[in-house]
Ligand binder design. Sequence first.
Ligand SMILES: [Zn+2]
Length: 304
Amino acid sequence: MDIFYNRGIYVVSDRVKFVVDPTGSVGDVDFVLVTHGHSDHVSRQMYRHTVVATRETFSALAVKFGGMPPRRVEVAPGRVLELDGVQIAVFEAGHILGSVMYLVEVDGVQTLFTGDFNTVGSILTEAAEPVGKVDVLVMEATYGDPAYRFPNRAEVYNQLLEVTERVSREGGVAIAAYPLGKAQEVTKLLGARAGVHKSIARYNSALGISSGGGDGVLIVPSVRHAPAGYFKIEVSGWHAVGGAGNGVYGIPLSDHSDYGGLLEFALESSPKLVYTVYGFAERLAGGLRKMGIRAYRIPPPLFI
Ligand SMILES: [Zn+2]
């Protein structure tokens, strides 16, 4: 079995070939596994193949691409299925609504693909939990740098509520949150107090999150969409290492695991091999090697 990254995580064996989270054109594969609907994990070209994803991810894809893949296999956390003779178990990833991890057995090797994951639960998602011992762990490294330590989530929620409440007495408040994921969390947190930008309303309604009417508080896809004169807040894990600047108030709300969460998850999976992907892939692999785990940034294909 060979695993490599080529705008998607490819797994190739004599018996089966599949890709996890392709972002470009998809080669000759038996099926596509999609962990969640963020743009850096999906592509329109995967629609030519059988796509495995959760109901929420298919709904998000319909918003993003104007329709669902014609050949769909709908899954949910806790389910186990067999596709082309390969066993696939599905687990909660805790990243955004409908995000999952896949444990796949190929040639007797158990490989866990985490996609983006969060080991801390939120008001919308359960926490991702280690699934037990695996042979190979292919894990994300978005915040795979020791600088990223996220504060307690309840405290972050309180900070957002408190700042919004205080500032909205003086004037309008715009909260910038990524339209798929963070925006649903902030919508749920603020309830009827906040209105939402139309790009967010589309995802909210596809995912069954009711948007409030808003009274001077608006959730926007980015600070560029803040109405003139509004106080700007941005929620992002990147703000864990310093303020946003440029008149933007940064709040460190992340839908990924922090560095400690990533290390702990890898340790508890007792893998024989770890491949890191996305973000600080090199740095996280180095950190894991220091802990005695065989870890490398996921390799490119041997032959292109
Ligand atoms: Zn993501």
